[in-house]
Ligand binder design. Sequence first.
Ligand code: FES
Length: 107
Amino acid sequence: MIKVTYVAQDGSATTIEAEEGTSVMQAAVSNDLDGIVGECGGSMMCATCHCYVDEAWEERTGARSADEEEMLEGAAAEVTGRSRLSCQIRLDPSLDGLVVHLPEEQL
Ligand code: FES
């Protein structure tokens, strides 16, 4: 299992253990985490899975794709250099302990 910690705007943190191969969005949604909606189910059509990758993990999660970049333009909250669609971050053992921050709003 791979641990992912989601930090909300108020600073509260929730750690979820997820199966390898699932996405950061799926792990959140299947655990009813507030702050990740994932309306389109991960097909890069909604941007309601927006998150900010913690600085310490930026290199390991890699760069966003051009399609992801385009979809983020429609995100409800401010987009920064650390913004990602959490449905596009697949969990593998190198991401064990990953920390992501949640935006103020998703819709
Ligand atoms: S879940 Fe819709 S873009 Fe990620």
